[in-house]
Design a binder for this molecule. Structure first.
Ligand SMILES: Cc1cc2nc3c(=O)[nH]c(=O)nc-3n(C[C@H](O)[C@H](O)[C@H](O)COP(=O)(O)O)c2cc1C
Ligand SMILES: [Fe+2]
Ligand SMILES: [Fe+2]
Length: 388
């Protein structure tokens, strides 16, 4: 796909529409893009490379953009293989190229590569600049905005922020935009991939506030050129762990379907009582990353699960551990359990939830026995009221 940035800044990234799972974990029905750029000036800079899976196509695009010239610099924002996977090939093509990274980049590089990297390197630190001619690169460290060595680059003449994994999104560039636009897949990407590092994203947003940004060039997903406040504000909300929308996610884990039925009935009760929005997800079948996205999106969540071997049905345990690892916090949570002889799901779920920051666990915790009965309705109604 032809992506136009400017006369001097060329897109040389590639779409990957055949990968089964991104990072061996995330379904990407619309694929993913590995973005890479070239800045053509008196000096030429390549901004990151691509995953090995897209190397050949990227190489063709790179050579076409260079039009017989040689690149002077490769700026390495991030060493994860989805971006650094073609560095070795670039060095093979242009042995005189200078690799630009920070102290952590160069300390980590030998773990990934066996080619000698000592000779042509330029180590940059916070606030350093590199002039390419009319273009000037300003480097800012963004540690843990995915990995410790991550840095972003602000190009001041065209006001472009090369934001590394920040502002990235699942989906190939030539895929049709989702119904609800950029945010849907960008949010799933954010919470699952960078979610744990809200404080570090906040630190990066503070730095970004000092730059006049006209364009954001991330390492995945579309180049953002208009209405940048929309994206920056969403990142502000997400990274501060504030809910984006009012609503209730009901995530259930059910073996034979009875807990699922109770979860759907609870959703109906909530809707009748005027709940703003209720979303029901089946943890055994729905995309876990999508449910995690919704947990962060809404201000309230109800977890409903069958008891299992003195604990909780494993997909619920997995879900809660994911939330724990992504620093889920600041939300109101309701609990429903099911068991046939000695319900243990609520206790197990509560135990994990209690390790998370600033969660309000609402009462009553509802226990149903095998199937939901008329007699369970008063407790369900009470839980619904407590959630509203
Ligand atoms: C492998 C397995 C382990 C279970 N362990 C427990 C348990 O420890 N305590 C309990 O009360 N019920 C236990 N149950 C029963 C279920 O939790 C119970 O039948 C529940 O109603 C299932 O809800 P569901 O229809 O949503 O799957 C277990 C069921 C299975 C299949
Ligand atoms: Fe990454
Ligand atoms: Fe990435």
């Amino acid at each position: 796909m032809d992506v136009v940035i400017s006369d001097a800044v060329k897109y040389i990234g590639v779409d990957d529409k055949t990968i089964d799972l991104f990072e061996s974990q995330y379904v990407v029905p619309e694929g993913i893009s590995y973005n890479s750029y070239v800045i053509l000036d008196e000096k030429i800079a390549v901004m990151d490379t691509v995953d090995k899976r897209g190397m050949n196509e990227w190489e063709d695009k790179l050579l076409k953009a260079l039009d017989g010239k040689k690149p002077d610099y490769l700026v390495i924002s991030h060493l994860e293989p989805d971006h650094a996977g073609s560095i070795e090939r670039l060095v093979e093509l242009f042995p005189e190229i200078t690799l630009v990274g920070n102290d952590k980049t160069f300390r980590m590089m030998p773990q990934f590569f066996s080619f000698p990297i000592e000779s042509n390197t330029l180590k940059v630190a916070e606030g350093d600049t590199l002039s390419l001619g009319t273009h000037t690169l300003h480097f800012a460290m963004a540690p843990m905005v995915h990995w410790p060595e991550v840095m972003v680059t602000y190009e001041s003449s065209e006001k472009i922020l090369f934001s590394a994994d920040g502002f990235g999104k699942f989906g190939a560039l030539d895929a049709e935009e989702e119904e609800d636009g950029w945010a849907c897949e960008a949010r799933r990407y954010y919470f699952n991939i960078v979610g744990k590092y809200g404080a570090q994203v906040q630190a990066l947003l503070k730095k970004a506030a000092a730059w006049d940004i006209a364009c954001i060039c991330p390492l995945h997903g579309p180049i953002l050129k208009e209405d940048l406040d929309y994206y920056l504000n969403l990142y502000q909300t997400w990274s501060s762990y504030q809910p984006e929308d009012e609503g209730i996610l009901i995530a259930y884990a059910s073996i034979h379907g009875n807990t699922g039925e109770a979860a759907n009935q609870l959703a109906e009760i909530l809707r009748k009582k005027g709940a703003p929005k209720v979303v029901v997800s089946d943890l055994a079948r729905d995309d876990m990353a999508e449910v995690i996205e919704d947990a962060f999106r809404y201000d309230r969540m109800i977890v409903a699960a069958a008891s299992y071997d003195g604990g909780v049905f494993p997909c619920m345990q997995d879900f809660l551990h994911h939330l724990q690892s992504k620093a889920y916090q600041n939300r109101k949570v309701g609990i429903l359990e099911n068991g046939s002889w000695g319900p243990t799901a609520a206790r197990t779920m509560k135990g994990i939830l209690e390790t998370m920051k600033n969660l309000t666990i609402v009462e009553p915790v509802v226990t149903i026995r095998s199937t939901m009965k008329e007699s369970d309705l008063p407790a369900m109604e009470q839980l619904a009221d407590a959630m509203l």
